[in-house]
Design a protein around this ligand. Structure first.
Ligand code: RIB
Ligand code: CA
Length: 313
């Protein structure tokens, strides 16, 4: 089977960490060309540190990790320590990483890689604000047409917002970047809260991580134990949504997900609904479809896949 080449653009974040581990647990299917950190859940010095911690946890210090943009295109950075803790990976104690951060800027890595690889062979997997992706497209318009696909976590329609009543965090932090990416014409698959809120970490699912009896399993259980407290208190749900691993799970088993190819636009003008993804789910406008917007997933199948792949690290 041809391995899919991917770049993971991320703001770890416990759920980002699990997504990176899932990708590194599937070397037969995915070739992770690099990990680019972006400011989001916590500031960039922490997201790049956390990305290196996760690669080392997976036994993959060979994965190049780059620091990308430290602030949104035009707005002040909004972070989410209230969800992820001060370090962004709160839960278990973490040692500092020993693997080096790459010197090159994450945006330059994205551009250089898209120029070097054959057109249509690299998938971008943004798990945080879309600042790095939009900056790469603006700085090097020639690479836009070379992207195979963007599979991202972000947005919401039926679930509406999690950081404001109208907006999901990744889109809200940099709505201008998101608007540019959604309008780029690149093949786009979106994992919104509508689907990630159905991927809840229940106690049996966390117990299954812990039952792996590995450091990876123990860390993922500890992260999800910490990460779920916020959503359980806010939504009264049985667990926390594992948002970002949905992106990687889609690459591995797309049939776990169902959605619609529709138009999705991003609000950048209104303070009230800033960052809202206006999804034409019922096709009531003549706006051309630009994204496959997911609405449902097989949660049992998702956790089977995730647990099986984590067991291999
Ligand atoms: O709204 C959820 C998203 O925001 C996830 O990617 C989480 O890691 C945070 O970045
Ligand atoms: Ca994230």
């Amino acid at each position: 089977m041809t391995r899919r080449k991917i770049i993971i653009d991320t703001d770890p974040g416990q759920d980002d960490a699990v997504a990176i581990l899932l990708a590194l647990g599937a070397p037969d299917a995915l070739e992770v060309l690099g990990v680019t950190a972006v400011a989001g859940n916590v500031p960039l010095p922490l997201t790049e540190r956390n990305a290196r911690i996760v690669c080392e946890l997976a036994g993959r210090p060979d994965i190049p990790v780059f620091a990308g943009c430290d602030a949104p295109l035009v707005r002040k950075l909004v972070t989410a320590e209230h969800v992820h803790g001060k370090t962004g990976l709160d839960g278990p104690p973490m040692d500092d990483p020993t693997m080096a951060l790459q010197d090159r800027h994450g945006v330059d890595f994205i551009i250089d890689t898209l120029r070097a690889e054959a057109a249509g062979t690299v998938t971008l997997c943004p798990l945080g604000p879309l600042t790095n992706i939009a900056t790469a497209f603006a700085r090097a318009p020639d690479v836009v047409g070379k992207v195979q696909e963007i599979v991202l976590m972000g947005g919401a329609y039926f679930e509406v917002g999690n950081i404001t009543p109208a907006a999901e965090f990744n889109i809200y932090v940099d709505p201008e970047a998101a608007a540019q990416v959604f309008a780029s014409g690149v093949k786009l698959t979106v994992m919104p809260l509508d689907v990630t809120h159905k991927a809840l970490t229940t106690k049996p699912r966390i117990d299954a991580f812990r039952a792996l009896g590995t450091r990876v399993g123990d860390m993922v259980a500890a992260w999800t134990d910490f990460f779920e407290r916020f959503d359980m208190a806010k939504y009264g749900s049985e667990g926390a949504p594992l948002h970002d691993p949905c992106v990687i799970a889609y690459l591995l088993e797309p049939d776990l997900f169902t959605g619609r190819y529709i138009n999705v636009a991003v609000e950048t003008g209104s303070d009230l609904t800033l960052g809202m993804t206006v999804a034409d789910w019922w096709r009531v406008t003549d706006r051309a479809p630009n994204a496959t917007f997911m609405g449902d997933l097989d949660a049992e199948g998702f956790y089977r896949l995730l647990t099986d792949r984590l067991a291999r690290l």
